[in-house]
Design a protein around this ligand. Structure first.
Ligand code: AMP
Ligand code: ZN
Length: 139
């Protein structure tokens, strides 16, 4: 895809600190890390958002994501990792080539305040759960 920075990285036309590459996936260090070792993992196929991922890409990619996560956790002797994936501007996606973030975590590092995610929860009723269930279930 023209002008996609991540496609350029895959092609070797833009610099990256590459960690891993397979037929389906490519992993490199995030240029503006949330914590040291923050890694971006991308499908080689340019897709913008999760709903565009072909099934074969999704399944092979997930195997790679697990492999890379395990390796990073061991290599950096981490206590934990967050795996984040943003879809769409509303969700904070900036680079429109779909990607996963692997964010290294250590005990009490305070680098991500995940707790804040739950600070504005909707008040739910049984009625509302039923409506959402109707609207959302896969038929
Ligand atoms: P997102 O908000 O999920 O779209 O995140 C995009 C991520 O890509 C950010 O964490 C950026 O720091 C990272 N990023 C953007 N350009 C580059 C680049 N050239 N090399 C490495 N990471 C990049
Ligand atoms: Zn791309």
């Amino acid at each position: 895809m023209v002008n996609c920075i991540f496609c350029k990285i895959i092609a070797g036309d833009a610099k990256s600190y590459k960690l891993y590459e397979s037929e389906y996936s490519f992993a490199f260090l995030d240029i503006n890390p949330i914590s040291e070792g923050h890694t971006v993992v991308i499908p080689k196929k340019h897709v913008q958002s999760i709903e565009e991922w072909p099934e074969d890409v999704a399944s092979h990619f997930m195997v790679d994501l697990v492999k890379i996560s395990k390796h990073i956790k061991e290599a950096l002797k981490l206590d934990g990792i967050n795996i984040l994936q943003n879809n769409g501007k509303a969700a904070g996606q900036v680079v429109m080539h779909s990607h996963f973030h692997i964010i290294p975590r250590r005990n009490n590092d305070g680098v991500l305040n995940i707790e804040m995610l739950g600070k504005n929860r909707p008040k739910m009723t049984d009625e509302r759960f039923k409506e959402l269930h109707e609207q959302m279930k896969l038929k």
